[in-house]
Design a protein around this ligand. Structure first.
Ligand code: DSN
Length: 441
């Protein structure tokens, strides 16, 4: 294809993507739909500028307004997470974690974190899995012992493991709580003092649950003893893609240097503006939203369990977060079921579950799916809609019903939810394509 044909095709494909999502049920636990104001920030000229460094100490001119917005963003982050220090420059959650590794450990040191099937994120991972911590910063990773029954980190076993590691001269430099499969709070308050007594720096990766923490509906890591919290700005926290770090004041200077010049040059100023807008929305609407997210996740879990699905965490009511995990090995594998659902415009992702690797499964064909409700909740869905979604999933996965009929019903269902809720402004529809180029000329 000629360049102009490719150009036209790219614009067409982006528009088709918007149309598809406008007709779909988006259930990826790590995604959300930002407000029109956040989307406006993302297309603004901020995105074409450089502002390396800290507001007031930039390496470039032209930052008069950018500095004001970034200062507001940092102040909002401190207020929302009740932290002494905030740095909103990380361009992703991975970069935020890398900044913590750079600031508080050296290559060759040990870190304790969750394994991926037990909920850890690739940025916490081992070198042999190309995980960021091992591959990029040279950390040696040991895993938190995990309780499948409780679906969280096992506190007593962790203490024993740390004692053993210390006796062998392998005491970790960092303990990394949090992760990607995250149904119940992690034992931060139970373990922080113990970890600090071994001089272990405690970070909480709140990428997934930052919006729930902001809305006071999950654990509160900084009050429970964490030294810092890294997060994404675009999951339950509904901003543009990016990262944020909040911490105790005494760690601020080290974190600032680790972000710039350590791990970023440009820090995506349009996204900083979007983060600031998202944080202001969280102050106004965050608590109500977070409560509804958790109600929705629980309702979806109970509805699926009532249909016979093996929803994990039954003993504890399935979930206290925005997501749930289902072992669907009775009906296929996570990879195939993800595809069957996608054909009916139900978009979620397959998930490695605890025990999968030992049973010879891999990330392409795991035993699970993970379902998240941040985005459907932002679209205004409540408990009744969660039951309807569970029914769609049952018809596809258990009953193996005709996909074309279900696709039609999903599209009809979605027509009722066109706007972003929990926002100061929502005249522009949630997935409306922002067209700046006249295609008819
Ligand atoms: N891997 C993403 C997830 O949890 O879906 C986060 O980066």
């Amino acid at each position: 294809m000629e360049a102009k044909e490719l150009y036209d095709n790219i614009l067409k494909l982006m528009k088709e993507h918007h149309n598809w999502f406008n007709n779909s049920i988006p259930l990826i636990a790590s995604e959300n739909i930002p407000s029109p104001a956040v989307r406006e920030a993302v297309v603004s000229d901020f995105g074409n500028r450089y502002a390396e460094g800290w507001p007031g100490e930039r390496v470039y001119a032209g930052c008069t307004y950018i500095d004001q917005v970034e200062n507001i963003c940092n102040e909002l982050a401190k207020k929302v997470f009740r932290s002494e220090f905030a740095d909103c420059r990380a361009t992703s959650g991975v970069v935020a974690n890398l900044a913590i590794y750079s600031a508080f450990s050296n290559p060759g040191d040990y870190m304790i974190a969750s394994s991926i099937p037990s909920g850890g994120h690739i940025s916490h991972g081992k070198k042999e899995h190309s995980g960021t911590a091992g591959l990029v910063h040279g950390l040696t990773i040991e895993h938190f012992p995990f309780s499948k029954e409780e679906m969280t980190i096992d506190t007593d076993m962790t203490k024993k493991k740390i004692e053993t590691m210390a006796n062998e001269g392998k005491s970790p430099k960092i303990a990394m709580f949090g992760g990607s499969l995250f149904l119940f709070p992690h034992p931060v308050k139970e373990l922080s003092d113990f970890l600090h007594s071994y001089n272990i720096y405690v970070n909480y990766d709140g990428a997934h649950v930052a919006g729930l923490i902001a809305g006071n509906q999950f654990q509160d890591p900084l009050r429970e003893g964490a030294d810092s919290m890294t997060m994404s700005s675009h999951k339950t926290l509904w901003g543009p893609q990016g990262g944020i770090i909040v911490s105790l004041e005494k760690y601020g200077e080290s974190i600032k240097k680790a972000i710039f010049p350590g791990n970023t040059s440009s820090h995506h100023l349009h996204h900083v503006a979007g983060k600031a807008i998202a944080l202001s929305e969280i102050i106004e609407f965050g608590e109500e939203y977070a409560k509804q997210v958790i109600k929705n996740a629980k309702m979806l879990a109970y509805s699926l369990a009532n249909y016979g699905f093996n929803v994990l965490g039954e003993k504890r009511g399935y979930t206290e977060s925005h997501q749930l995990a289902v072992n669907i090995s009775k009906y296929g594998d996570g990879g195939n079921i993800e595809k069957d659902l996608e054909k009916c415009n139900i978009i979620l992702n397959r998930q490695l579950l605890p025990g999968d690797i030992k049973e010879g499964r891999n990330y392409l064909h795991p035993s699970g799916i993970r379902i998240g409700v941040p985005e459907v909740t932002r679209l205004g869905m409540k408990e009744n809609e969660m039951h309807e979604i569970a029914t769609f999933i049952k018809k596809i996965v258990i009953d193996k019903q005709d996909g074309s009929k279900i696709l039609h019903d999903v599209i009809e269902f979605r027509k009722r939810f066109q706007k972003v809720q929990y926002a100061f402004d929502n005249e522009t529809s949630a997935y409306e394509y922002i067209q700046l180029v006249n295609r008819d000329k």
